[in-house]
Ligand binder design. Structure first.
Ligand code: AMP
Length: 288
């Protein structure tokens, strides 16, 4: 496994892969790798000749300095995990490599960022995400790029950007990997104080409650949303950021659940913000 720190070396490697016509699977991450990331790496390995993982805590997608400063950074362990997972190249640049002091260009995907995390974190979050992913695509030149359903809005937005700007890359979205009790794996879970670990499950419970109502043929999105909200608001150690029932295509709120929808939520436990979602329709599929 090679570890590349510099932009120019990464681009040379990408061009060499292009010249030898090797398919490249790319997994962009912010590190603190867990089984969710490893599932993306495994999928990339199974579909490509070369797997490249980036580890970069992207400053421009954080809207709070405190969140950026406290984000877990575990590069040595991450490199061990990548080595064990058969990764070919880890691209782990410093922020100064990615953003020169003269940096001025951003990418803004419009309507899709008006909802969910785009509202609660501010549009700047997805401007940061799209701009860095576009740069990473230009540096890595992947055949396929792997994203988690855990960050469902991000996956939809990146897919839009790739189509709109004609990036020659196929986006592959992989299922959410969960802890045995159902908590979606997240690098931020490591920041949860032990006494709040169980409370974090309330988001998943609310989403499952929404699913149960849809399964029982409730179609009124407002009624489902109210029930899910009440479940979360009933836990006074948790703050509700949002919980919505949205269209899979536009990410806008739906009024009636007549087709497949996404139930998506975000909560805060102290300083830690967690997200989760379920995709469900009146006739299934159902999650346990
Ligand atoms: P992050 O390091 O949090 O930016 O995540 C890097 C990639 O891993 C993103 O595409 C995430 O959606 C994905 N990911 C994070 N957590 C999970 C999970 N629990 N299951 C599947 N994919 C995940």
């Amino acid at each position: 496994m090679r570890v590349i720190k510099h932009v120019r070396d990464m681009q040379e490697e990408a061009l060499a892969n292009l010249r030898r016509d090797a398919s490249v699977g790319f997994v962009p991450t912010m590190g603190a790798l867990h089984a969710g990331h490893l599932s993306l790496i495994e999928r990339a390995n199974s579909e490509n000749e070369c797997t490249i993982v980036s580890i970069f805590v992207n400053p421009t997608q954080f809207n709070e300095d405190r969140d950026f400063d406290s984000y877990p950074r575990t590069l040595e362990q991450d490199l061990d995990k990548c080595e064990a997972a058969d990764v070919d190249i880890v691209f782990a640049p410093q922020a100064g490599e990615i953003y020169s002091p003269r940096y001025q260009t951003t990418i803004f995907v419009q309507q899709l960022t008006d909802h969910l995390c785009g509202l609660s974190r501010g549009r700047g979050h997805f401007v940061g995400v799209c701009s860095v992913v576009a740069k990473l695509f230009n540096l890595v030149m992947p055949t396929r790029a792997y994203f988690g359903q855990k960050d469902a809005q991000q996956a939809v937005i990146i897919q839009r950007m790739v189509e709109d700007l004609n990036f020659p890359v196929q986006i592959v979205v992989c299922p959410i990997v969960r802890e045995p009790d159902g908590l979606a794996m997240s690098s931020r879970n490591a920041l949860l104080p032990g006494h709040l670990r169980k409370d974090a499950l309330v988001l998943r419970q609310a989403l499952l409650r929404g699913q149960e109502m849809i399964r029982a043929k409730e179609t009124d999105a407002a009624a489902i949303r109210k029930e899910m909200s009440l479940l979360i608001l009933g836990n006074n150690r948790v703050d509700l950021d949002y919980i919505n029932i949205v269209s899979l295509e536009t990410l806008a709120d739906v009024d009636k659940v007549e087709d497949m929808v996404m139930l998506a939520g975000a909560i805060r436990l102290g300083e830690v913000r967690l997200i989760d979602n379920i995709i469900v329709g009146p006739d299934g599929p159902w999650e346990e």
